[in-house]
Design a protein around this ligand. Structure first.
Ligand code: NAP
Length: 294
């Protein structure tokens, strides 16, 4: 069996086209959805993520308010900026790019963001609402994974899903969304991590395997049931002398071998990555519509 590739770029492009139409409809009512972006420090990866997010905003007609702060910014300065954004009617979503430098209390900062502008879905109230099945902004990567599955025609209801990874930004929220009594859920979910005794024993009975461990080759062909759907969230840099950069990106799944056994699989890059940014745009447009009702 050679797996069908789930093309994250294409699904993201379709979703962005739908969002463009929603943005155009909001603009007719004089509303331009706005994303307030805060980036602290000089980390090159964070800068390139933020630039990609702002470019994506511009592509679908969103306004972005770019705030790049020095690495030695103080807690009160950061809190004051968030307070200003919370009160700014032109800003409907606030993106605090993580990680933050060590002098900053990350939990305090994330809790300061107004819940109705929490488009990353990391505020404890957003997380609580998600867990109890109330309307909330869903974290972008897990939401992107679920949208990819649904838009690829994968049945979630009754499916055995095994997630490898239990972080607060990927594994835990993904497990929560997929177990909800909703059209995005109704799956039976198992979550594995570094203390799981025998990961293969779980993944081998999964209809859907989702790898979010941040380790290359966490999922090998021997660990996957024939005909399973395999989603690779992992992004790992491995040395590669043939590349100008000296490295290439791989996921957590042994793509070549697993794609001979699975029914569907996501590539890295070009799988989950493009969906993450798209769901940030999605939440910002939803927020603008909710904050400015017709
Ligand atoms: P994280 O915070 O480091 O969490 C990794 C999780 O995987 C932990 O729960 C850890 O278990 C588990 N784990 C690690 N190695 C394992 C192994 N060998 N077997 C079983 N479990 C293992 O990472 P994260 O932030 O969730 O990110 C995971 C990966 O997704 C990373 O590669 C990251 O770059 C990528 N990512 C991609 C996107 C995207 O848009 N494509 C977005 C976010 C993250 P313990 O809890 O026991 O330590």
């Amino acid at each position: 069996m050679t797996a069908k590739i789930i093309d994250g770029k294409q699904i993201a492009a379709e979703l962005r086209q739908e969002l463009k139409q929603k943005v155009a409809a909001l603009k007719e009512r004089g509303i331009v959805p706005g994303l307030g972006v805060i980036l602290v420090g000089d980390d090159p990866a964070s800068h390139s993520y933020v630039t990609a997010k702002e470019r994506a905003c511009a592509e679908i007609g969103l306004h972005s308010d770019d705030n790049r702060l020095p690495v030695d910014v103080s807690q009160p300065e950061l809190m004051a900026l968030i307070e200003r954004m919370n009160a700014d009617p032109k800003i409907h979503g606030i993106l605090m790019q993580l990680p933050l430098p060590s002098q900053i209390n990350e939990a305090e900062v994330l809790t300061k963001i107004a819940v109705d502008k929490d488009v990353d879905g990391f505020h404890p109230i957003s997380v609580g609402r998600m867990v109890i099945g109330q309307k909330a902004f869903l974290p972008c990567t897990p939401h992107g994974v679920v949208q990819m599955l649904l838009r690829s025609g994968v049945t979630l209801e009754g499916a055995e899903v095994v997630i490898v990874g239990r972080s607060n930004i990927v594994g835990k929220p993904l497990a929560n969304i997929l177990m909800q009594k909703s059209a995005m859920g109704n799956a039976t979910v198992t979550v594995c991590h570094t203390r799981t005794k025998n990961i293969a024993q779980h993944t081998l009975r999964a209809d859907i395997v989702i790898a979010a461990a941040g380790r290359p080759n966490t999922i090998t062909a021997e660990m996957v049931k024939p005909g399973a759907v395999v989603i690779d969230v992992g992004v790992n840099r491995i040395p590669d002398d043939t590349k100008k950069s000296g490295y290439r990106l791989v996921g957590d799944v042994d793509f070549d071998a697993v794609s001979q056994k699975a029914a569907m699989i996501t590539p890295v890059p070009g799988g989950v990555g493009p969906m993450t940014i798209t769901m940030l745009l999605y939440n910002t447009v939803e927020s603008a519509a909710a904050l400015c009702p017709a």
